[in-house]
Design a protein around this ligand. Structure first.
Ligand SMILES: Nc1ncnc2c1ncn2[C@@H]1O[C@H](COP(=O)(O)OP(=O)(O)OP(=O)(O)O)[C@@H](O)[C@H]1O
Length: 303
């Protein structure tokens, strides 16, 4: 069942077109990632999906409701963790949780949630006294305190150290395992690769591709596999010369073959025909970074 349906969404701010004709659906229980460079329109898309921003054109259905007419009802069922969520400096962690819980008809046990996020000891600490990572974890706790059906998490691990980031990933998985649909805006390839069932790649307000991490890698970089080996005897000068789409280069003693299709079979057959054995044979696995590069023509900038 589709929990979120965005159809032909458009949004501009003055002369800036932030979102162009974005359509996507998110299924029940998915962790759905949105990645793209700075300013690609990710936050604007998510804010329109959650009913926080009005699109200039297109439609949003979320949990079968329209944010324009059913905003009140929707807000009870959605959890939002937004970038740079700021609370009053003096508000204590426990007070913030109690306040947010009071907005919802069926809130989670906020003390339990704080424990889960490693903030159990911080109930009486003022917001201003929390570290960056603790503020981030509090914003996740606040997004989840309403027991949402859909959680929007925008840059949730930015500012966390690698250990805290991994713990947060485990938490997101446990949230999903409780049946919550999660939309995750992220700058981190490793994060979306590890967590997301499907990913939308957005650039300059447009959706370039939507697929599983493996699907994105497969379609975007199918013709860019790479095999390296050190030959145990000189290779013939015309090694693989007649094979379309395959190139052979040298890097010191190592031969690097790039190409698509059944590259391993092609290379091994050609080596056998030449009577040469490959030493230190290695096949490079394409990554989501490679897929992103192939789709957008540039690497994802993490600054
Ligand atoms: N309130 C606003 N007023 C004017 N322009 C805006 C506003 N919000 C966003 N923009 C512009 O719209 C475009 C898309 O911004 P958006 O924040 O949606 O991108 P993003 O992909 O979330 O970026 P980031 O990864 O940096 O958070 C950018 O060019 C941005 O400068």
């Amino acid at each position: 069942m589709s929990v979120i349906e965005l159809r032909n969404l458009n949004k501009r701010y003055g002369d800036t077109v932030a979102v162009r004709d974005v359509s996507l659906t998110v299924e029940q229980g998915e962790i759905f990632g949105i990645i793209g460079p700075n300013g690609a329109g990710k936050t604007t898309t998510v804010e329109m999906a959650a009913g926080l921003r009005r699109p200039d054109g297109g439609s949003v259905r979320i949990l079968g409701l329209d944010p324009r007419s059913d905003g009140r009802e929707l807000r009870r069922r959605l959890g939002m963790q937004l970038q740079e969520s700021a609370l009053p400096d003096k508000l204590r962690v426990g007070e913030a949780m109690r306040l947010y819980a009071s907005f919802y008809p069926d809130p989670a046990d906020w003390r339990e949630l704080l424990d889960l996020l490693g903030l159990g000891e911080k109930q009486n600490t003022a917001f201003a006294k929390l570290s960056g990572g603790q503020k981030q974890r509090l914003s996740i706790a606040l997004a989840l305190v309403g027991n949402p059906k859909v959680a929007f998490l925008d840059e949730l691990t930015t500012g966390l150290d690698p250990a805290a980031r991994r713990e947060t990933w485990d938490l997101i998985e446990s949230v999903r395992n409780r049946g919550v649909t999660v939309v995750l805006v992220s700058h981190f390839m490793e994060e979306v690769d590890r967590l997301c069932d499907r990913i939308a790649v957005i650039e300059a307000g447009r959706v370039l591709a939507i697929d599983s991490p493996a699907g994105l890698i497969g379609t975007a970089v199918a013709d860019r596999q790479r095999i390296r080996f050190v030959p145990d005897a000189p290779l013939p000068a015309d090694f693989l010369a007649g094979t379309p789409g395959v190139t052979a280069d040298r890097s010191g003693r190592t031969v690097v073959i790039t190409g698509g299709g059944d590259l391993l079979f092609t290379v091994v057959s050609a080596l056998a025909a030449a009577g040469v054995r490959p030493r230190e044979l290695r096949m490079d696995q394409a990554t989501l970074d490679d897929a992103f590069l192939a789709l957008t023509g540039r690497a994802l900038d993490n600054d």
